[in-house]
Design a protein around this ligand. Structure first.
Ligand code: SF4
Length: 452
């Protein structure tokens, strides 16, 4: 949405806070689950019924525009503009077409659009945190996932444009930057002339993990990018999401271990702990390979905080398969998991080849089981932190008691402490002693202000 804001403002459009009167209403959409799309349909009906501007133009942007383009324009008569994720530069023209009374559509996916030159990025000025998009699209073709169809092929922004943005944010006082991409650690800058001479630095995959595409070579990998951003802003914490486990070669893990400003928090989406389910999902690894990767990572990063994604009730998932997922969650011990009941999406390989045969009530129960188990393990992990000193980056004041501030540990866990004497501001680092813990939050005592 920041990209859209930037493009529209360059063409003289001004943001309104009165949706009912606005000349143009643009909705950014997600297609990843059926529930997300249902919300958009409801919003569209509300926008039309509440509008007091008879000439109001309504546009649907993003993945849903890509996926259900004709439905949006033809069947429901609620929408004037449909713009896919790679066509935001075309929005001013689409608005002009729609102003003339015609419907306007551009859902062309691109092989090279990264919006590298479009500023700004997503920022939260209050908490001094920012998000930078570094790559778009995905080549993995997991069978349940609509992203390769709505976002297109993988392409990465040139390193130099990312480093420039990092420097700008650092100069503006931002202290945490999250690098974003659909498959973020598959990043590969193919535009750079600065190719590494040592071929081992181009190694980008964990041995044994399979892909549906041929091995990629050349260019600068995610490790090179991390090196450049970590050097460009040594007092800024970096996180990244969302990665794929196959793209965590040990060289990358060793590099993360070597820098204090690269957070020791890794998202390692497993999706399932069952081999047959993983195979049907087309994830390219077995439970055993995944667990070996976790072990290897923990040898290099003993205090790493791992998070994950799981799908409950994927096509053909038996009760035994579900139990295998629960045992994986227990075995790994994640500090957080995103768990979603499976939602079949059109166009995906699962839609063509598999049957959505797990009843909704069973999906809901398995969803709850997985959430319960991950929370139990997260509680144990957080309680192990009691008595340890942690460096917390302050993000804001507690809503319940303004004397207290909250921030995140290096591992990404929320920590709350009494800041009434120290009076630190968001963007400052505090050394704290952890005194209490539940599955989501740590309570702490302030020790001193610190550098990263
Ligand atoms: S790696 Fe992620 S974005 Fe890509 S197809 Fe698989 S689930 Fe979708």
């Amino acid at each position: 949405m920041e990209i859209v804001r930037s493009i529209m403002s360059q063409y003289g459009f001004v943001e309104s806070d009165q949706k009912e009167k606005a000349d143009i209403v643009l909705l950014m959409t997600c297609s990843i689950r059926d529930g997300a799309e249902k919300k958009v349909w409801n919003q569209l009906k509300l926008i039309r019924s509440n509008s007091v501007n008879k000439r109001q133009i309504v546009g649907v942007l993003g993945c849903m525009a890509e996926r259900v383009r004709h439905d949006l324009l033809e069947k429901r008569n609620l929408v004037n503009i449909v713009a896919g994720p790679d066509s935001y530069r075309d929005l001013p023209r689409l608005v002009a077409v729609a102003s003339g009374g015609s419907n306007a559509i551009n859902v062309q996916l691109s092989l090279d659009e990264t919006y590298a030159d479009v500023q700004p990025i997503r920022v939260d000025a209050e908490s001094r945190t920012a998000f930078i998009s570094i790559m778009r699209g995905c080549d993995n073709m997991c069978t349940y996932c609509v992203v390769p169809f709505t976002r297109g092929r993988e392409r990465s922004r040139p390193i130099d444009s990312i480093v420039e943005e990092v420097r700008r944010l650092r100069d503006q006082g931002y202290k945490q930057i999250t690098l974003l991409g659909q498959n973020v650690n598959s990043y590969r800058d193919m535009t750079s002339m600065d190719f590494p001479m040592n071929p081992s630095t181009t190694e980008d995959r964990v041995p044994g993990f399979k892909t549906v595409y041929k091995p990629k070579s050349g260019g600068l990998t995610f490790t090179s990018l991390l090196e450049k951003v970590a050097d460009a802003a040594p007092d800024v914490r970096f996180r990244f999401t969302s990665p794929h486990p196959k793209d965590f070669p040990m060289q990358l893990i060793e590099f993360i271990a070597s820098r204090t400003n690269l957070c020791k928090q890794l998202h390692l989406p497993a999706q399932s702990g069952d081999d047959e389910t993983l195979d049907r999902m087309g994830r390219g690894y077995s439970r055993d390979l995944y667990l070996r990767l976790v072990d290897d990572i923990r040898i290099i990063l003993p205090n790493v905080s791992l998070t994950s994604d799981f799908i409950a009730g994927f096509c053909g998932e038996t009760e035994e398969a579900h139990q295998n997922t629960l045992s994986l969650i227990r075995e790994v011990g994640y500090s957080f998991c995103f768990v979603f009941p499976y939602s079949m999406r059109g166009k995906t390989r699962a839609h063509h080849r598999l049957t959505d045969d797990v009843p909704e009530n069973v999906k809901a129960r398995r969803h709850l089981d997985s959430t319960t188990v991950f929370r139990e393990e997260a509680m144990k992990l957080n309680q192990k932190l009691i008595g340890t000193e942690q460096t917390v980056l302050l993000e804001g004041k507690s809503k319940r008691d303004v004397a207290f501030s909250h921030g995140r540990t290096d591992g990404g866990v929320k920590a709350v402490f009494d800041n009434s004497k120290s009076q630190l501001n968001p963007g400052q680092y505090a050394k704290v002693l952890i005194t209490e813990a539940n599955s989501q939050t740590l309570k702490a005592e302030f020790i001193r202000e610190t550098d990263l």
